[in-house]
Design a protein. Structure first.
Length: 395
């Protein structure tokens, strides 16, 4: 009888060991025991249970449910919210999404946030060039809309390109004389002017620059000598010959000249820590929507190899700082942007840690945008000053 009881106890102990082996282990942990316990408590584990267990590794806590009937049961595998798209399905067939993080935060008239609308790119067309100011955000034909908190370290920067330019008096005289010659050539051909008269115009240009005929001939001779030296490997310029022989150089008439506008870039970094099942799904869908929208589109028309001949331009992004339902009364404005670069760090706290369903407890999403067109003066035409100003600091 005693032996049968002993065997029964052994069978019960073996069953307990098998049951313990079948329990899901924590998906994430910290190597340091104190940090590991703190991380578990922070993300929903029972502090008293950890004390009773002696700090041993516990089952990873599920995401807290936003439902009032939260039983804290292990998270069941959820079906994917983003069904796979058949190869022939177009972008338009994807249902529009209105996403936000955090999920349960209400937006009031005093709430500041960042809104990013995703719209389909519209090419310029047969005109080939767009009109200045045509790439402002207009809020039309929105495919998806994403609301995010305003991240830290927001800033804007406007820049214009300039370059140094030099032109000495002789070059200016020859350039102006060449222009006069080209303008006077039709009059020579029509008999209204003679070649001598056109040449006289060139002489006047030289006199205006402070050069006489003899000095001009001497400079041309030096230029030919410098060119000849270059043929044999010498790197000699007219200015160097002038400096060596006469001890002077041409006045370069240096001036800073406008080179053109530049395109602005913006970088945002969002740290997201899902706090519920709904928020986990929202974060996943936000990341997926950005990735989908920045990807080049394959052509779905045509047959055979014609489908792989072209790629369509990705979607564009209209970014706005908002305060309640209105645009922000102070912060800068954006033009339509492309999403040039996106990166996601799934270990936002520096260590890999997830909830029971695999959702990272913290992640960082970095987005780099670049505007489609430069900023022009007409973009400020709607501005007003003083208390009537509604556009903030402008672009």
């Amino acid at each position: 009888m005693g032996r049968s009881k002993q065997k029964a106890k052994e069978r019960a102990s073996a069953a307990k060991r098998r049951a313990g082996a079948q329990k899901p282990k924590m998906a994430s942990f910290r190597e340091d025991a104190v940090e590991n316990r703190a991380l578990q408590v922070q993300n929903g584990a029972s502090a008293s249970a950890l004390v009773k267990s002696g700090g041993k590794t516990q089952v990873s806590p599920p995401l807290p449910s936003s439902s009032p009937n939260n039983t804290n049961e292990p998270v069941q595998e959820q079906p994917a919210t983003l069904p796979s798209r058949p190869p022939t399905q177009t972008k338009k067939s994807i249902p529009p999404r209105s996403l936000r993080y955090p999920v349960n935060e209400e937006i009031h008239n005093t709430t500041d946030y960042l809104k990013i609308d995703i719209v389909e790119y519209k090419p310029v067309g047969k005109k080939l060039v767009s009109s200045p100011g045509s790439r402002r955000a207009n809020g039309k034909n929105i495919l998806h809309s994403i609301i995010l908190p305003i991240p830290p370290n927001i800033q804007d920067g406007n820049a214009v390109s300039y370059s140094d330019s030099s032109m000495n008096g002789l070059t200016a005289a020859l350039a102006g004389g060449s222009t006069d010659l080209m303008k006077g050539l039709p009059e020579v051909l029509s008999g209204k002017k003679t070649i001598g008269e056109v040449g006289g115009d060139l002489g006047k240009r030289l006199e205006q620059s402070g050069l006489d005929l003899g000095t001009t001939q001497d400079l041309i001779t030096k230029q030919l000598a410098a060119s000849a030296a270059s043929v044999f490997g010498g790197n000699v310029s007219l200015s160097q010959l002038q400096a060596r022989q006469e001890g002077n150089i041409f006045n370069p008439n240096m001036e800073l000249l406008f080179n053109g506008p530049t395109l602005r870039s913006f970088r945002f970094s969002f740290k997201m820590t899902p706090r519920s099942q709904n928020e986990s799904i929202a974060v996943r869908d936000i990341i997926n929507t950005f990735k989908r929208s920045m990807a080049p589109k394959t052509m779905t028309t045509g047959t055979g190899n014609s489908q792989s001949l072209y790629l369509k331009t990705p979607d564009i992004f209209e970014i706005r700082y908002k305060k309640g339902v209105d645009d922000h009364p102070f912060l800068n404005t954006f033009k339509q942007c492309f999403l040039e670069n996106m990166s996601v760090n799934y270990t936002g706290e520096g260590t890999y840690a997830t909830y029971g369903d695999g959702t990272p407890i913290s992640l960082v999403m970095n987005l780099s945008f670049k505007e489609l067109e430069p900023i022009y003066d007409i973009d400020y035409d709607d501005d007003t000053s003083g208390s009537k100003r509604k556009t903030g600091v402008g672009f």
